[in-house]
Design a protein around this ligand. Sequence first.
Ligand code: ATP
Ligand code: MG
Length: 546
Amino acid sequence: MSEYKNFIEDIIDNDIASGKVKTVCTRFPPEPNGYLHIGHAKSLCINFGMKEKYNGTCNLRFDDTNPCKEDKEYVESIKNDITWLGFKWDKLLYASDYFDVMFDCAVKLINKGLAYVSDETAEEIRVRRGTLTEAGVNSPYRNRTVEENLKLFYEMRDGKYGDGEKVLRAKIDMASPNVNMRDPVIYRVLHATHHNTGDKWCIYPMYDFAHPIEDAYEGITHSICTLEFEDHRPLYDWVVKNCDFPAPLPQQIEFARLNITNTIMSKRYLKKLVDEGKVMGWDDPRMPTLSGLRRRGYPAAALRDFCERIGVAKANSEVEEGYLQACVREELNRTANRVMAVFDPLKVTLTNYDGSEELSVEDNPNAENVTYRSVPFSKTLYIDRSDFALVPPPKYYRLKPDGYVRLKGAYIIHCDEAVLGDDGEVKELRCSVVLNSKSGSDESGIKVKGVIQWVDAETCIDVTVRKLQSLLTDVVDGITDFNERYNYDSMKVVNCKAEKSLQSAKVEDKFQFMRVGYYVLDKDSCGNKLVFNEIVGLKDSFNANK
Ligand code: ATP
Ligand code: MG
């Protein structure tokens, strides 16, 4: 963690210093209406980060107060993704378990004369609410007696009214400059089956009423949320105060949402892509969902590192997607084993080499304890066509007629002849091995500048590789609408020849294909048919000064 404190940590430090807060308690409150995305990772890192930093607690609470959009599949995926990111929640809770508490709070407000049942339609409420410049108008039902309100509210609960026929409103101030304080609706009639409580309830609390109660009931001290809730904070404070929760009351703190260029941060649009079959599912490796990024091969540690490095801001902004890729590349450079693969094979025959041998090649030069694997070498190899030039430009250090190059982990070879086909294309290279130049025991005295990857023709395996790009095209002519930016060209499938050690790779194993990029074994692999996803290229195209 960085040594600089962010503004949330400053607030917490003050609360501890003043004695207001003893144990820091946070929560992560996803609505189970979709899979988590990279934006949620930011919120997870902040909430669980505070738990770790202050030796506090962090609950996972499913905010499932809206019965219509929620699903158990999402609950399971969210639990999996959080665990994968490396966080452990203290309590696993469902907001719907508090429906009784919320009902009691509503009754309490009615008894205090702070809530009333209204028969207005949604449209009437909207019109009477006023605007930013005009005060609202009191509801004709505002002065119902406590007894009448209690009777009507119990009747709402008991199913006497149809959807939308009655609502419960908080009685605050129709002239408040903050529109959220103008007698907001806090309960509505909705005859819908809930995934957790079934048909027990036909009234459901509104978010702005439910959320503060959930926080206060659990003893959350710092309720961290995104900026769009800033204007709702006075209502949040009003609810926890008037429902008589014990101190310390939870404090809502807002931070700026994470936005990343060309990256969809809306569960609604991600769901649309899934429903329309434009992707292979929520975990498609092009999706910015955590399960998609995981399948794409982005390490959890890289995502956490990214969230830490971009910091916690109070103003909305957009981070370059290249910055996230740079964090991924850095992590993989440290952790991924190297292998050799050739995407555009050109046959090389070693005229002075017979038989075969097993070479020992290091897996990862950056590992703490370097390990080695066995790579077969024999008379016929493949190199990448782009590593040979019949007519080389100046300073060309790879293979050329009558030139030398080193084969990674093996020998120096000399190109004796390029065999051309009828079409003038190079069909094969006939080369000789410098026999005393073996890597690790080179006594040839020949200095070569170029080192290239290769595979043994006899033992190499054919693998399928998906080259992936963003699901969104760049913004052109100011068109930012996701629907108009779908990138129809975001996945290309190619083949390559790879060294046979990859045959034992397991799903999610990540590799650097030397001199090309990073790749991860996909779950669509089957038996001998291996499918890799491109994680990120080797070159860093991210420019921090852009
Ligand atoms: P979406 O609009 O994608 O549905 P949401 O905000 O409705 O997102 P929730 O499930 O309600 O999603 O969010 C759980 C938590 O994650 C909330 O505290 C929310 O503020 C936070 N969160 C969601 N998106 C982002 C983001 N892009 N950056 C930071 N935090 C986010
Ligand atoms: Mg939401």
